[in-house]
Design a protein around this ligand. Structure first.
Ligand code: FMN
Length: 227
């Protein structure tokens, strides 16, 4: 079999996909905010045993429009938006500083579902970044204290030596925070819920707002999209 044939033979979704979880013929009955529907779908993903349901692809672009995407974990979902964290000095941090427009995409294969959050990412401030960093396990704090993320590395030994030193520091100083560690919140202008089904094709429900951060339920427009 060629690689192409192997790819084409793969099923994308398992059989027995769940229903959308919202009456798409009566959007007035759908959750008033995308945060609520996200929480509902997230619980479904947990119940279905989806691995790392909090992992998402963060897409950013620099000032010249060059796009960069990477996986990270969602740290919280609030009225302000979807939270993630990392080094401000990393490529993602530089992109967001140059151009706040960003997107987070979650794919829950076992449920045949995707969520796309699009909006503007902003730093939540020094205190929020420090609180996020302090809540990480020692090993993750040590890796964060090493810094230099995404810079070329001379040898793995160089990293291990740096990591070992920082692990001691992380254990001795639980309050130590990597200076550039930042919590960002992606405040959505649109959140799209996409679901495959066994027999009825795909369904798409989009929430959008002209007034982010949309704190009131009436600030969201709900609409179906052609698949
Ligand atoms: C499942 C998973 C979770 C990750 N979580 C984070 C995270 O929360 N924050 C982070 O900065 N990088 C995280 N990473 C690493 C990023 O994918 C990426 O390698 C790193 O942030 C550097 O990206 P950048 O060079 O685009 O800034 C994670 C990777 C994986 C596979």
């Amino acid at each position: 079999m060629t690689f192409r044939e192997r790819l084409r033979a793969l099923p994308t979704f398992p059989p027995g996909l769940p229903p959308f979880g919202v009456d798409l013929d009566d959007l007035a009955t759908a959750p008033a905010t995308p945060q609520e529907l996200f929480a509902q779908w997230f619980d479904d993903a947990l119940a279905a045993g989806v691995g790392a349901p909090h992992a998402a692809t963060l897409s950013t672009a620099d000032a010249a429009g060059r796009v960069h995407a990477r996986t990270l974990v969602i740290k919280d979902v609030t009225a302000e938006g979807w939270w993630f964290a990392g080094h401000a000095t990393s490529p993602k941090g530089r992109d967001v500083a140059e151009n706040p427009h960003a997107a987070l995409t979650v794919f829950w294969r076992d449920l045949g579902r995707q969520v796309r959050v699009t909006g503007r990412a902003t730093s939540a401030g020094a205190e929020a970044g420090a609180a996020d960093f302090r809540a990480r396990p020692d090993g993750s704090r040590a890796a964060g204290l090493v810094g230099h993320q995404s810079e070329p590395l001379g040898s793995r030994q160089e990293y291990w030596d740096a990591f070992a030193g920082r692990l001691d520091e992380a254990r001795e100083h639980p309050d130590a925070v990597a200076p550039a560690w930042t919590a960002w919140v992606l405040t959505p202008v649109a959140v799209e819920f996409w679901a495959a089904s066994d027999d009825k094709g795909q369904s798409r429900l989009r929430y959008r707002t002209d007034a982010p951060p949309a704190r009131t339920e009436t600030a969201w427009t709900k609409e179906l999209l052609w698949p």
